[in-house]
Write a protein that binds this ligand. Structure first.
Ligand SMILES: [Zn+2]
Length: 226
């Protein structure tokens, strides 16, 4: 469990450093499998870097020195053309800045690329109405995670306990029997944490755990999209 300490412990990691030799000298290609373009050439310094949540977890694992063990293969950030970036709906400014930095310094930030639309839809303090059972269940699960962290001597991720409590004790939505009102930010953080752990469990070959965390996150996300 030592790698968990390295991944989620107190030392906050900001960037993953690529080997500069692995970065194209002049021109790259759009590497997005979901982009319909014919591998559009991307000149040095330009394009968009798409960083998935799974790539963040994999880079953290590599950085923590576990890539030689069970973490040899995993998703990395991908360089995409404008068409691909727009199709994915990512924040173009952030993705372009990330690409530029990657070309110049080989550094990729250890956080997923933000979505363009989501950013606009989320004013501070917005609340969401979700099923009480989902809220209680995920709240319980998050509390358990915190206990696990502690058991192994790690610092539990900041805000985890408070978010767990907020989910467990969420107030009933007026005029409903089985719905509660929760801050959108709490749900977002819970999803991120569950997806992060799900990716990690998958890479470690713990597929049942990965599915469980993944399903909790999926339930929460679908509540957000409603
Ligand atoms: Zn493309």
């Amino acid at each position: 469990m030592d790698f968990l300490r390295k991944l989620f412990g107190s030392s906050e990691v900001e960037f993953y450093q690529y080997d500069m030799n692995s970065i194209p000298k002049t021109t790259g290609l759009c590497s997005d499998n979901e982009c319909p373009c014919p591998e559009t050439p991307i000149p040095k310094g330009s394009g968009y870097l798409y960083i998935s949540q799974e790539a963040v977890v994999f880079m953290k694992a590599k950085k923590a020195g576990r890539a030689g063990g069970g973490f040899v293969f995993g998703p990395m950030p991908i360089l995409v053309c404008e068409q691909g970036a727009k199709l994915r709906g990512i924040d173009l400014k952030v993705a372009a800045d990330d690409a530029k930095r990657w070309w110049e310094t080989g550094k990729a930030p250890l956080r997923p690329t933000p979505m363009a639309s989501r950013k606009r839809q989320e004013p501070e303090g917005e609340t969401v109405t979700i099923d009480m059972s989902t809220s209680r269940q995920v709240g319980q699960r998050l509390s358990g995670l915190s206990a696990e962290y502690k058991k192994f001597g790690f610092e539990s991720p900041s805000s985890l306990l408070a978010d767990a409590k907020a989910l467990r004790n969420a107030k009933k939505a007026p005029g409903t029997r089985d719905k509660v009102v929760v801050d959108r930010a709490v749900i977002e953080r819970a999803c991120d944490k569950l997806e992060e752990l799900s990716s990690l469990a998958k890479m470690a070959g713990q597929f049942e755990t990965a599915n469980e965390f993944g399903n909790h996150a999926k339930n929460l996300r679908s509540a957000l999209d409603r």
